[in-house]
Design a protein around this ligand. Sequence first.
Ligand code: HEM
Length: 274
Amino acid sequence: MIKPVRQFLNPLDATYITFYGKENMNNYNKVSNTRVIRPVWDRTTRCFHWINVLCVFVLSAIGTAILYEDNLGFSNEGIILLKTVHVYTGYVFTINLLWRLGWAFFGNVHARWKAILPFRSGYILELCTYVKDFRSGTPPTYLGHNPLARLMVTLLLMLMLMQASSGLILAGTDLYKPPFGGAIAKWVTNGDAERLAQLKPGSKDFVDLVAYKEMRTFRKPVKKTHEIGFYLLLIAILIHIVGVIITEIQLKQGLISGMFTGHKVLPESPKNKD
Ligand code: HEM
């Protein structure tokens, strides 16, 4: 096999030319192997991705501290502060997520639902072929999401939606914060204006104890859902990261830098060009 000795990036047409043969300019055995740099991820998709990474990291870290609050020995004020920071980060996370879900109607062709959801006709066959080809080391090149990545992205979006909706309810039950905090505060005080004015998160001082107990019973499955969602999301994120690294090692398409620059480096005509 001839070894490649030099590779040049042609900045004019964004192609790579690889030269093979002896290290002698007059005696080149030249074979051109063109790799094309293609724009894929639009700016909104990239911004969503990195804001989301940051939010999930902060939410998971603070969430873990809330989960182990008894072992960590926080004061009541300390735990309220932790939950408040978690909820404000959660608002950023939720708005960013909703923005992305909306962008799937307006973004470029790779950001749209059609390019994300694993429901198009012939998808199962395409998925099986992709997995088989990937295992044999010759997977087809996809410009946007490959069939396996579609599954992963759909799962991640569903889990994040589950975290956002259960988290927004908990923001109401634990801290009386929007969007449901007003209604929950009225519930636990039986709508008494005086109690309502003095109601404080983390304290039972001005609540109606029967109504408060009812609210806590309602909260229980929501809290469980939020906790299970957290573990599932951690597992899904781990699989996502390992999947990206394995694909990058095998195909060398600049997947990771692509989430910063928006470009992929592709060795051949991609399968989904549209
Ligand atoms: C990726 C997203 C999120 C992750 C990974 C996450 C993680 C967690 C974890 C692990 C807990 C502790 C659960 C427990 O004590 O049983 C927690 C609690 C909580 N989360 Fe989240 N969360 C996320 C999003 C949100 C959002 C969007 C909100 C609201 C805006 C939110 C509001 C809350 C509240 C109020 C609690 C306290 C519940 C309690 O007392 O346990 N979370 N979160």
